[in-house]
Design a binder for this molecule. Structure first.
Ligand code: ADP
Ligand code: GLC
Length: 481
């Protein structure tokens, strides 16, 4: 039996702020249980729903040194959907209304979590062959593994992997404080290790010390070796190129299935969508107070409202777009300037634009199910899951050709009759608008062609199967090596 431990800061269904949670919650169950024992460890945040907290069982606790501090580490456990989850409990670090808050608090929080996750293993009595870390929050795990832990027999042969879900967030703070928090010796704080541009950098530590590095699409794996996408670590990414691979994300095909989705007004599949999908549109128009017209082209957005997602482009041409025969449904929270921009257009064009500035699992599913197209013009996108959910629901993605968007959405080619969506290449507002208008033209004037694109979109396979096989291959290679 090969043993793998996922260490991460979020996982569905327990806690989610973005796609990271979807990946950490859905990938582990896709490995063959006869061959792989994949478990997950995340913090127990006080802001988790009672529904989950009440089901967790206490497994044990101990006190751990974090430099001069001695901190309580509680361990809870719960099996969910056939996967064993562990939760690190500490009410000082994991209080608060959200998993992340001020960076200076998060820096200590995740140093604690990274060390606690490793320290808990002998207590749990689980000895993984591979510790698979995700993003900056767990960047110190490979460092601690090499430093504090490698001497004992228990940890000696453990390998580590780090997956970069977003290179923009690195966990950067001044070296003096990070030395004090982690208790790591000065040896680690040089530019070839944790130091980057005079500060300590958690993600860099992970990238330097992990045995293998992955990111969530092939194109992003290439992009981050260039200055534009490299977030000042492109040199390091080039230096580690031999250990870096891109494995595209999948989505949970049970959770995101238009045939069984509980949130939809009307379920449908690749056979029945022509008749049924529109009923979801009508229901959503009614729910949101939009003009009830099943023929109107409805474009959806479900997203964190940040620069990453290309909202500058949308803001720039929003007034123009609203002149077209389209409806726009937005669900998201984030930067105030974008929240207010959508609120403004909702007020100005109330029968055409619906701005829903909050988080809702239910509404997100309804949007994937009801809309005709899904807009995602990202500035950069490591993978993106929303466009995969859209494809699965026959809602055609309109995307910029970057990162995972480029790898997962095949642009419509009217001469060859191929493609699953629409795309443009330059980060330019009118290039985006032209692409949206091209999609409108196909939707209104060439309905049969549009329908065939939907057929192809729904037939595309973005379940975890193929990607889980690539992770397996990497785990096997590390274990054998
Ligand atoms: P990222 O991780 O960069 O935010 P992804 O496309 O990988 O982008 O994943 C985003 C996930 O978060 C998707 O599952 C999407 O449906 C969900 N999501 C984003 N904003 C909201 C929201 N306001 N309400 C519900 N789900 C949301
Ligand atoms: C990050 C990226 C997103 C990716 C997700 C899961 O949040 O922004 O593109 O899909 O992680 O890997």
């Amino acid at each position: 039996m090969k043993r793998v431990l996922f260490v991460a800061s979020e996982a569905v269904p327990f806690i989610k702020t973005g796609g990271l949670a979807d990946v950490v919650g859905s990938l582990p169950k896709c490995f063959d249980k006869e061959e792989y024992d994949v478990r997950v460890i995340i913090p127990k945040y006080m802001c988790m729903k009672d529904e989950w907290k009440n089901q967790m069982k206490y497994l044990g606790h101990f006190y751990m040194d974090l430099s001069w501090r001695s901190q309580y580490v509680g361990i809870l456990e719960m099996e969910y959907d056939g996967v064993q989850f562990y939760f690190i409990d500490n009410e000082y670090y994991f209080a608060g209304p959200k998993p992340y808050g001020n960076i200076y608090e998060d820096i200590e929080k995740f140093a604690f979590f990274s060390k606690a996750a490793l320290s808990a293993l002998p207590v749990i009595d689980f000895r993984p062959d591979i510790v698979h870390c995700h993003d900056w929050q767990t960047g110190l795990v490979p460092v601690f593994l090499k430093d504090r832990f490698h001497e004992g027999e228990f940890f000696a042969h453990m390998k580590s992997v780090i997956t970069i879900h977003n290179l923009k967030f690195q966990g950067i703070w001044d070296m003096k404080t990070v030395k004090d928090i982690t208790g790591l010796p000065a040896y680690y704080f040089t530019p070839d290790k944790l130091e980057a541009y005079g500060d300590a950098n958690y993600l860099k530590g992970g990238i330097v010390y992990a045995d293998a590095i992955t990111t969530v699409s092939k194109t992003y794996a290439e992009e981050i070796k260039t200055p534009f996408y490299g977030e000042k670590l492109d040199g390091l990414m080039r230096a580690r190129a031999n250990s870096l691979r891109g494995i595209v994300n999948g989505i949970d095909y049970e959770e995101y299935n238009p045939k069984t989705d509980q949130y939809l007004e009307k379920n449908y599949d690749i056979e029945t969508w022509r008749k049924e999908k529109n009923k979801n549109k009508l229901a959503l128009q009614r729910e949101l107070g939009l003009e009830e017209d099943k023929k109107a082209m409805m474009i959806g957005i479900v997203s964190r409202l940040t620069d990453q997602k290309g909202f500058d482009l949308i803001a720039y041409v929003m007034d123009e777009l609203c002149q077209d025969a389209v409806q726009l449904v937005v669900l998201g929270t984030g930067e105030e300037k974008y929240e207010n921009m959508f609120r403004h257009f909702d007020w100005k064009y109330s029968h055409k634009v619906s701005a829903n500035i909050f988080y809702s699992e239910a509404l997100s599913h309804k949007i994937y199910g009801a809309c005709d197209a899904f807009l995602m013009p990202s500035l950069f996108e490591p993978c993106g899951l929303s466009q995969l959910m859209s494809l699965r629901y026959g809602t055609l993605p309109i995307v910029r050709e970057t990162g995972g968007l480029k790898d997962t959405v095949e642009p419509y080619n009217e001469y060859e009759n191929t493609g699953t969506g629409f795309s443009f290449s330059n980060y330019n507002a009118h290039e985006m608008l032209n692409t949206i208008r091209y999609a409108e033209k196909i939707y209104y004037d060439k309905k049969r062609d549009w329908n065939k694109i939907v057929d192809r979109a729904m037939a595309a396979d973005f379940s975890w199967n193929a990607s889980a096989a690539q992770y397996k291959e990497m785990y096997d290679w590390l274990i054998e090596g």
